[in-house]
Design a protein around this ligand. Sequence first.
Ligand code: GDP
Length: 329
Amino acid sequence: MVTAMNVQELATAVIAGDRRALARAITRVESGRADHRAQAVELVALARASGRQALRIGLSGTPGVGKSTFIEAFGMMLVAQGLRVAVLAVDPSSARSGGSILGDKTRMERLSREPEAFIRPSPSQAQMGGVARRTREAVALCEAAGFDIVLVETVGVGQSETVVAEICDLFILLLAPAGGDELQGVKRGIMEMADLILVNKADGDLKPAALRTMADYSGALRLLRRRPQDPEGFPKTTCVSAVQETGLQSAWEEMQSLAAWRRNHGHWDSRRAQQARHWFGEEVRQGLLSVLDREPARGLMAALGARVAAGEVSPEAAALQMLSLLGRD
Ligand code: GDP
C-alpha cells in the first residue's frame, strides 16, 4: 500500500523506472476502494504524461497451449536483444490454482529473475469491467516505467480476448497442434481479432500435426476479409516451439513488421485513438451501472421490482419510472 509516498512522488518514481514503485502503483489502480479511485486516475494521468509508448502485445490461448512457456522463452529472447519486457495477466475467471494464472512465479522462473523484465500476476478480482480497467491502467504504468514491450496474457475465456484486443496494438493467438482436422473450435470472432496465429509445440512427434494445423488456419484466414489495418499477407499463421525456442525470432519479426506497417500508415495512432474512445464509453457505462448499485437507486429498484412482481405495474412502465427518477437525480 502507498503510505508515505504521495501520488506525485509515486508517479515520479515509476517514471524513473523504480520497479517497486511500479508494483505499488499497480496495486493502487487495482484497489476497489472508492477513495483510491481519484488517486489512481491522477497517477495514470501523470504516467501517461510521460509520453512513453510500448508495443502492447495481447496473447491469448486456452490453458495448456504453452502460453507461459512461450512468454518465458519469447521474453528472454527480447531481453537478450536489449528490450525491457513487462508481462501482465488478465484472468477474469480465476481458472487456475487458487486464482491467478501467473500467481505461481515458478511458471516463468527465468524471466521473473531478469532485472529487465517485470511480471505481474493477475489480481483475484473477477468482475470484467474491473479487470479491463486495471489492465489498461497497469499497461499505462508499465509504459511510463520505460518498458519497450508490454505483453498481456489471457486464458481466452468469455470476453477477455475482446478486452485484451481493445487494449493492445497486436493480438496473438497461441494454438496447440490439432489432433483432428477441425479448427479446434476456435470461435470465428477470436480468429478475426488475431493479427498472428502461432501454432506452438512444433517439435518432435507433434511437428507434423503443427504443420497441418498451420496450413488449416492459413487457409481459414485467407477466407476472412482483409482488414484495412493490415498489409498484404496478414493476419498470418506460423509455427513455433516454445520449449525448443524455435520460430520465436521470425514470429517477432512478423510482429515488428506489422507494427511498423501500421505506424507508417496511420493505423497505429488511429487504433489507439479508437481504443481511448471505446474505453471512455465503457467507463461511463460502468459508472452508470454502479449508480444502480448504490442508494437511492438500489432501494428504488427493489421497491419497484416488488411492485412489478405483485402485478401492480408492468415491467416496462416501472423501467420508465425508474429511468425518469434517475434523470432527476
Ligand atoms: P499455458 O497453460 O498455456 O500457460 O501452458 P504452459 O506453458 O504451462 O504449458 C503447458 C504444457 O505444454 C507444459 O507441459 C509445457 O511443457 C508444454 N509445452 C509448452 N510449450 C511447448 C512446446 O513448444 N513444445 C512442447 N512439446 N511442449 C510444450
